[in-house]
Design a protein around this ligand. Sequence first.
Ligand code: GLU
Length: 491
Amino acid sequence: MVRVRIAPSPTGDPHVGTAYIALFNMCFARQAGGKFVLRIEDTDQQRSTAKSEQAILDSLSWLGLQWDEGPDVGGEYGPYRQSERADIYTKHAQQLIDSGKAFYCYRTPQELDELRAQRREQGIQKALKASDLQLSNEEIERRKAQGIAPVVRMVVPEEGPCHVRDRLRGLIELDWANVDAQILLKQDGLPTYHLANVVDDHLMQISHVIRGEEWINSAPKHQLLYEYFGWDMPELVHMPLLRNPDKSKLSKRKNPTSITYYRDAGFMPEGLVNYLGRMGWSMPDESEKFSLGEMVSQFDIDKVSLGGPVFDQEKLRWLNGLWIREDLQPAEFIQRYANWAFPQGKAEAIVDLLQQRVETFADMAPLASVFFVDHPSLKQESFDALKLDAETQLKVLQFLSWTLDQQSDWQRDALYQQIAALADKMGLKLRDFLQPVFVAMSGSTVCPPVFDLMSIVGADLSRVRLRLAIEFLGGVSKKAAKRLEKEFATL
Ligand code: GLU
């Protein structure tokens, strides 16, 4: 029985990389008549949020990538949220401790830094192993008495080659010397990714692990854990990473990466799924446009090519255009457009802002257009006419962009507070600070109140508008970014 899974961590915006891996897992499962499982890996208590989990579920559903088992739909192998499985991991960690494959470690993070620094100085290029971390019995007792909670680490070989088989790459050789005695249980008693992932993949009877290439280096530890437990390991398939057009790893600094951005910017889910299906894979007849159903029927995981697939906005737009023009009957176009343009509450919010500014209904459309574009077109004159000099404008937009990257509450008042606080910290009058923000968000200095505008168009479009304005103004070089980051950190 084929059983595959995706295992996203709910620690931020729902990422297109998650959708990409979900798509390939789902096609593999559907074709084999197997099951596609969604498991939430939320053992990082500080960073995981229920909101992010919901956004992942919603955006995958929007794309039509439906799972058979998961936290919302249940299934035989639940719970499907790792935070609800803590006892299972403790039990398994104990099993490894009892068999001498794992040990308690009372070392502090500072000590680890020191140990690493010492080794660098001595030119030793070896990861930290059990033998490096040992403490005398008295010292352990002393730390216990101080109430220091230990972590549990796994025993890993000191050196020598480790061979891991990947379905697309064949036998990969990695060096044990580079692998730390990995933490399995953290001080808070919760597992790390490695332990939880292996235990769950086994208990959920996952047959194939199809995931991103960035996890290859974890494979030796996982393989060893399977060995320690005496379990068979699922077959591994590491998919190539999505890339920016300059071939660097897809990053939100250069490309919108949130699935919700593509929804809000007016893409069709069919277009995005089609495009993701072409990342490293193609139809046997090379056709560029295909539906999810067509992909499932023709899918062959062994035909995935490993050259880093480039996620290119222009190509995606082009493909989406085919879908919009060829696949929507006018009535459906109207329906979908209306749903996109007026999600719940948006019309009310816009009327609330604009009714008092118009004399006729005909005055509405020009004023409201900023709510219905992905980004406004920018003109240099609009920035030139502002009070702040060009350099300060760029700084304002960059600092704001960094501030809002961290912002999850996108209500008007929360935005106001953050932005006013930033202007204050930068020693600028709010009115002056806001001018370039107005232009970035609306393309003009006369725009609806900017906090409302941001709140209504939402996080994804607002962030992209800021980024595009920064680029429009000449962008921030790597060197300048370093300098600005330092300044930003001192605010
Ligand atoms: N939690 C990991 C992630 O966020 C899962 C990686 C895996 O599929 O093993 O992508």
